[in-house]
Design a protein around this ligand. Sequence first.
Ligand code: BO1
Ligand code: ZN
Length: 254
Amino acid sequence: SASWGYGYKNGPQTWSGACQTGLRQTPIDIRTMDTDYALMDRVNFIGYDQVAGVTVQNNGHTVSAAGFAEWDKKPYISGGALDGKYYLQQFHLHWGQQDHEGSEHKIGGLSYPAELHLVHQKDGLSLGEALTRGDGLAVVGVFLNIAENGEPLAALSQKLNEVIYSGNETEIEKIRPRSLLPSLTDAFYRYEGSLTTPACSEAVQWILLAEPITVTRNQLEQLRKIRNTEGEEHESNFRPTLPLNGRRIRFRPA
Ligand code: BO1
Ligand code: ZN
């Protein structure tokens, strides 16, 4: 197929390389029997209370917001059993066509309607270097639940109508990364995985927050209007879950 996507002809079953052969692929279903309680330090979200601008882009696969590397104080995470600092590069979303699907990870076999990914790159590495080591990236995953409170995605959703088509770009003048996080970030799952899109590089330390944030039904319906590379509406852009292959998931309770 010309370019990868989520359809029958170019979807996850056709993605090549590590996407097919890798043994530490993402996403996964988080099951109790595969999970160990672990003594891990909290994740520190440093510089997440700043307010500044980002560029929002429809890249044909998702809507992503980038530009944090140009901020006065670059937002980063540390702790959470990570080695060193990981700088925020971008965030993006995965969603589905129906409420019972859309998240990439599942918890006990159950999906959320959407999932937010905050992508961080290890201090001192180029992107190329980061993608070729097992701990080059740290992605914080946050589940989205439908509710009345639209604050977490408010800044982004006000711009979604400007990036309906693949290739569209716009600016968010003011966004506070902290607003994308739940009030409680103490409880999380932690495991070693991959990018969820081609080339599915096995370079990601995953941190999956246990507490979801909220999205209104209107905001979710806006997301569902985002068009993909093929110009199709109502795209789903979540990858199905993959086998653990012996991996264990660490859980830090609040
Ligand atoms: S995800 O969080 O596993 N869904 C994911 C998937 C793909 C990327 C990041 C996260 N891609 C890479 C791009 C790079 C970019 C980097 C960091 O993200 O290939 O071009 O610089 O933003
Ligand atoms: Zn993602």
